[in-house]
Design a protein around this ligand. Structure first.
Ligand code: IPD
Length: 262
């Protein structure tokens, strides 16, 4: 894919942050032995990755705004553009030595996501999309799955942990969807859940209570791979509400009906 200058900077930046995270991830296993300080170590790895990303992106485009998981939001002198960044999506996986986590970087222009990159360094998979240019994983074009029957479909979701308010709704979702599909996965990195819908690995994904940086890049990648993406609450705004629902076109209506009929 021949990407724009911005997309190329995003890809290069995701690789740089990924390299730093991989180095730290190798250390996590040693820390697991004692468990002493593993949480703090991961927080430091997360912060270090965000620092690298900020340096690269804001160094290249100092006039853009900045909105990321680990630091304060900054308005840019160009009010139409901002970076939306999760330096480490799948923090709990990282902390437990599970190789399923990612760097997620999106570029927003006038309230719309126009470029997105999700990099999974452990598997060396770089998912990218630009508005109107399709979605790609490394050198391959991405396309959502072609499944048409709910009973054959495999969906992904996130389970609200640590007392999050969305647990009762999510449990009700599961009670409705599990009897009518072929399975539900909870792998612990929303950005990768979205990338996997774009890649046709999952047929759809939904989750409540997400942050903009978990979803921004992924929602564009799914759309550019031919998927439909909507807020869980009809007429809402995905990034503001935190509830997201996506699937391939043939399954979307049936899937949305099950999730929304709560
Ligand atoms: C988390 C992951 C997880 C989702 C959580 C998110 P983080 O992001 O995306 O899959 O279920 O809601 O907070 O904290 O690892 O960046």
């Amino acid at each position: 894919m021949q990407g724009s200058a911005n997309l190329n900077v995003m890809i290069k930046t995701a690789r740089l942050a990924g390299r730093s995270l991989v180095k730290d991830f190798r250390e996590v296993e040693n820390l697991q032995v004692s468990m002493k300080g593993a949480g703090d170590f991961v927080s430091r790895a997360d912060l270090a990755a965000e620092k690298i990303i900020k340096q690269e992106l804001m160094g290249t485009r100092p006039n853009y705004g900045w909105y990321a998981e680990e630091s304060a939001e900054e308005a840019g002198t160009d009010p139409t553009r901002r970076w939306i960044v999760d330096p480490l999506d799948g923090t709990t996986n990282f902390l437990h030595g599970l190789p399923h986590w990612a760097v997620s970087i999106a570029l927003e222009f006038k309230g719309e996501i126009v470029a997105g990159v999700i990099f999974d360094p452990a598997k060396d998979e770089m998912f990218v999309a630009e508005k109107g240019q399709g979605a790609w994983m490394n050198e391959s074009r991405l396309r959502v799955s072609g499944r048409t029957k709910m009973i054959e479909a495999c969906f992904a979701t996130g389970l609200p942990f640590g007392g999050r308010a969305d647990l009762p709704d999510t449990l009700k979702d599961l009670a409705r969807i599990l009897p009518v599909c072929s399975g539900v996965r909870r792998w612990g990195a929303a950005a990768l859940d979205l990338a996997y819908v774009a890649a046709g690995r999952y047929d759809g994904f939904w989750e409540r209570g997400l942050h903009p940086w978990d979803m921004a890049a992924g929602m564009l990648i799914v759309r550019e791979a031919g998927g439909l993406v909507e807020p869980i609450v009809k007429g809402g705004n995905i990034l503001a509400d935190g509830g997201i629902l996506c699937a391939n076109e043939p399954l979307f209506d049936g899937f949305a009906r099950v999730i929304r009929n709560g």
